[in-house]
Write a protein that binds this ligand. Structure first.
Ligand code: ADP
Ligand code: MG
Length: 488
């Protein structure tokens, strides 16, 4: 039988704030020394009191606004009680029945809620010789503000789940609320998967769901969902029932495995956090003003880019999928000279910028493992380089040479050009003299060309370019050669 998959996602994202959710310990995901960003509050010492981080609340409201959710007039925090060594208080401050945001939608998937909670510490497992495995606890992450977003079970396939996750990640980055790096655990996803069959009497009823955890890449998300769909179909096919449980994804075996039967909400003994006052977000924040000042979102940017720049849909998408890249492109594009591209008139300066940025510069960056924060080239300097190319002051070979120097030294392209003498020889008289020499030196090719062998012209262009040490304009060379060869 064919089964219909139903998927709902739960997404956690660590928020970018200066301090933690309820204390002033630094929130620094890059801290390498364990247990340094800690204080009595985030270590759960008795007698300490939490204070709400306003900036974290603001971040979640931004996400709510970006996704069209309803911002709560009254919201509160609740205690979620459970024991685990990475949870020093033996409860997590979370939100239960009055989350900051309810509703909203992304790529046709409705959202149930977005709420705010605190992250746990991390366990470090060590195996030393002779001894059994030891587990150490690092509380640097304990109390870091964590956003949780829960979707309705609206997703129908692994591909759709991945597309949703990627777009959400991009939105979090554009809003500047999270780095949302899955590999580093800034963003964590859980997939709830169930199957229903197509018999009319059960079609509208959802099947028993399985929650899959430990997913740490989008690839793993897709594979885990595919695997669950297959596993559950096979069980149903055999007439067996699906057990409601939490399963883990094993990325090496490419399988899910049973972790525990699912706990119910009442197992956590949720109750209102007595140490924190309820929040009135719509009173504390000017929601309309926040809406007006919200960063441009990827979907809006995709639309604007196609109107504003001479880029294809695919080119625009490639830029927009990478926030750093699109920021660099925009800053450079605003500095492009308006004159037409003399070097290749069929290409706009913007396309030239796109090509040099996404293939040459990104190529150099990948080669040397440099990221945008370490880059010595400014967008303004990069635009100057593009202006030199489109104004036919330099040819592509020189451009690549100059780009490499810019990349290494941070020098301005005009400076490098002046110093290295890489400028294209644009004096027609000078080029003509060189070409006449080439004609004299290559009588065979000249004769062949005159007999109608057109490939010989390309050979002579190459010879002329070599004589100009690559600094000639091929269009001009071709034109002069044709003139000289057609004259008797
Ligand atoms: P729980 O109380 O077990 O956490 P929730 O009702 O809060 O369950 O839902 C958690 C997630 O599971 C949500 O993303 C929701 O869309 C999804 N979900 C709920 N029921 C199903 C189902 N039958 N199949 C797939 N996903 C589901
Ligand atoms: Mg849940």
């Amino acid at each position: 039988m064919e089964y219909i998959p139903t998927i709902g996602l739960e997404v956690h994202a660590e928020l970018k704030t200066r301090t933690k959710m309820f204390c002033d310990s630094p929130n620094d995901a890059d801290e390498k020394h364990p247990n340094t960003n800690v204080c009595p509050v985030c270590l759960g010492h008795p007698g300490t009191l939490p204070v709400i981080n306003k900036s974290a609340v603001e971040h979640v409201i931004k996400v709510g606004l970006a996704l069209g959710g309803k911002i709560a007039d009254i919201s509160k925090f609740d205690r979620k009680n459970y024991f685990y060594p990475d949870l020093p208080k033996a409860y997590q401050i979370s939100q239960y029945d009055q989350p900051l945001v309810q509703g909203g939608e992304l790529l046709g998937v409705r959202l149930i809620r977005v709420h705010l909670e605190e992250d746990t510490g991390t366990l470090v497992h060590e195996t030393r010789d002779q001894e059994p495995e030891t587990s150490l606890v690092d509380f640097n992450r304990a109390g870091v503000p964590l956003m949780e977003l829960v979707t309705e079970p609206d997703i129908k396939s692994a591909g759709q789940a991945v597309a949703f996750g990627k777009e959400l990640r991009l939105i979090l980055r554009y809003l500047g609320v999270s780095d949302a790096d899955m590999e580093k655990g800034h963003m964590r996803l859980e997939a709830n998967v169930s199957l229903s069959d197509q018999r009319p009497e059960t079609r509208d009823k959802l099947g028993t769901k399985v929650e899959v955890k430990n997913i740490n890449s989008f690839k793993a998300l897709g594979s885990a969902i595919e695997y669950e769909i297959k596993r559950q179909s096979e069980l149903l096919e055999k007439g067996e029932k699906i057990k409601q449980e939490t399963r883990g994804w094993d990325d090496i075996k490419q399988k899910t495995f049973s972790q525990r039967t699912k706990e119910e909400a009442h197992d956590y003994r949720y109750f209102p956090e007595p140490d924190l006052p309820p929040l009135e977000p719509t009173k504390v924040f000017d929601i309309e003003d926040m809406k007006r000042h919200l960063s441009e979102l990827p979907a809006q940017k995709r639309e604007r880019f196609q109107k504003e720049f001479a880029l294809s849909e695919k080119q625009a998408a490639a830029l927009i999928d990478e926030k750093n890249l699109v920021d660099f492109f925009e800053a450079a594009a605003s500095e492009l000279a308006s004159e037409e591209n003399k070097n290749a008139p069929e290409k706009s300066a913007e396309e030239l910028l796109f090509n040099y940025l996404t293939s040459d510069l990104v190529g150099l960056m990948n080669e040397t493992e440099t990221d945008f924060t370490e880059l010595k080239i400014t967008p303004q300097q990069f635009a100057s380089l593009i202006n030199l190319i489109s104004g036919a002051k330099i040819m592509s070979r020189q451009a690549k040479e100059i780009l490499r120097k810019m990349f290494e030294t941070g020098e301005h392209p005009e400076e490098i050009l002046a110093k290295e003498g890489l400028e294209t020889v644009s004096d027609e008289g000078a080029v003509r003299i060189m070409i006449l020499e080439v004609i004299k030196e290559n009588p065979q090719a000249v004769a062949d060309f005159k007999k109608g062998k057109s490939a010989s012209l390309q050979f002579l262009v190459g010879k002329s370019m070599a004589k100009l040490r690559g600094r000639g304009n091929p269009e001009m060379i071709r034109k002069i050669l044709e003139e000289e060869l057609s004259s008797p």
